[in-house]
Design a protein around this ligand. Structure first.
Ligand SMILES: CC(C)(COP(=O)(O)OP(=O)(O)OC[C@H]1O[C@@H](n2cnc3c(N)ncnc32)[C@H](O)[C@@H]1OP(=O)(O)O)[C@@H](O)C(=O)NCCC(=O)NCCS
Length: 107
């Protein structure tokens, strides 16, 4: 299901995952959050959400999809790289905080 910039994966009537797009620099799409219920992980739901949102962004004229995660979130970063996202930028954190890595994937 797609409502504006929110994408929801259903299993029957039960929502099992969601992905939300935000825009930076006015119109550059960024995955602001993606989440799959524990019991439905490792079954392709996250990939489905990213691919579906990517197609939707492409249909809206975008050619790149961005995502980001803290440098201390190695599991999320590994997953994103596995889905074909490549690093393209780094935003330093406040003193004592880890920074944020930005990754992108062509659409
Ligand atoms: C990250 C998350 C969305 C992945 O969802 P998922 O439905 O389990 O992912 P999928 O099953 O679609 O996995 C897609 C591919 O990534 C791989 N994968 C899944 N989790 C992985 C992990 N932790 N590390 C490495 N690869 C992983 C799968 O094996 C699969 O590979 P394949 O398609 O080549 O077989 C889910 O674990 C989650 O909700 N985590 C908590 C929130 C979070 O960290 N979100 C991401 C940052 S915002």
């Amino acid at each position: 299901m797609e409502v504006g910039d929110i994408f929801v994966a259903d299993h029957g009537v039960e929502p099992v995952g969601m992905l939300r797009i935000e825009y930076f620099l006015s119109d550059v799409p960024l995955i602001a959050s993606v989440f799959v219920l524990d019991t439905f992980r490792r079954r392709g739901v996250g990939r489905l959400l990213v691919d579906y949102a990517g197609r939707s962004m492409r249909e809206r004229g975008h050619r790149l999809l961005y995502t980001s995660a803290g440098t201390d979130r190695s599991t999320a970063l590994t997953w994103m790289r596995h889905l074909g996202f490549s690093e393209c930028g780094f935003l330093a954190g406040a003193p004592g905080e880890s920074g944020t890595l930005f990754l992108r994937r062509p659409l």
